[in-house]
Design a binder for this molecule. Structure first.
Ligand code: ZN
Length: 208
């Protein structure tokens, strides 16, 4: 039975890999964002508390996230699951260990320069919101939207400076988590640079 955690920086494709594994084995994916949004729709005190947090854009506190993930894990029973985006810090990982034991922690690794190339190459049309990529999905005329001729922009949260800052935070938070699971002998590091299918092959090898 699989209880898998995917870890990786934004742009590593870990979400895609999680989906492929979920389809392969018929497992549910528990991602903090989705679960919070779902739980916010339930008309009770906890639902209202979560809705307020989402509406105000505040990062949900550990205690709350722990609580709803524990609910999900219990509901999944012994059938296995995939976690994506949780635990996001060591305290959450330690909490999780008191509820259940993961079988695999798959780290999809991407060097910083590749992350910046993937995410920093995105160009967005401010008018119709179409997203292009200077290498993988360029517009017909550089810097111009195919649909409406608008000048494309780099979003404020996708500048190289912001991406590097976000990556630094990612490493600061996840390195202790990775060490924690290395100690348990269930951590596997996978190169996230190759094409999706190649990465998936590696993922599957590590699940055998
Ligand atoms: Zn446009």
């Amino acid at each position: 039975m699989y209880k898998i955690l995917f870890i990786g920086p934004q742009g590593s494709g870990k979400g895609t890999q999680a989906q492929l594994v979920a389809e392969k084995f018929g497992l549910p994916i528990f991602s903090t964002g989705n679960i919070l949004r779902q739980r916010a729709q339930v008309q009770d005190e906890l639902g209202q508390e979560i809705k307020n947090l989402i509406d105000s854009g505040i990062l949900a506190p550990d205690e709350l996230v722990n609580k709803i993930i524990a609910e999900k894990i219990q509901a999944a029973g012994g059938n296995g699951y995939i976690l994506d985006g949780y635990p996001r810090n060591l305290a959450q990982a330690e909490f999780l260990a008191t509820k259940d034991e993961l079988t695999h922690v798959l780290e999809i690794d991407l060097p910083e320069e590749e992350t910046v190339r993937r995410l920093g190459g995105r160009r967005t049309c401010p008018k119709c919101q179409t997203v292009y990529h200077i290498e993988y999905n360029p517009p017909k005329i550089a810097g111009i939207c195919d649909k409406d001729g608008e000048r494309l922009v780099v979003r404020d949260d996708e500048t190289e400076e912001v991406l590097k800052k976000r990556l630094a935070i990612y490493h600061e938070l996840t390195e202790p988590i990775i060490d924690f699971y290395k100690g348990k002998g269930i951590h596997h590091k996978i190169d996230g640079r190759p094409a999706i299918e190649k990465v998936f092959e590696e993922v599957m090898k590590n699940l055998e």
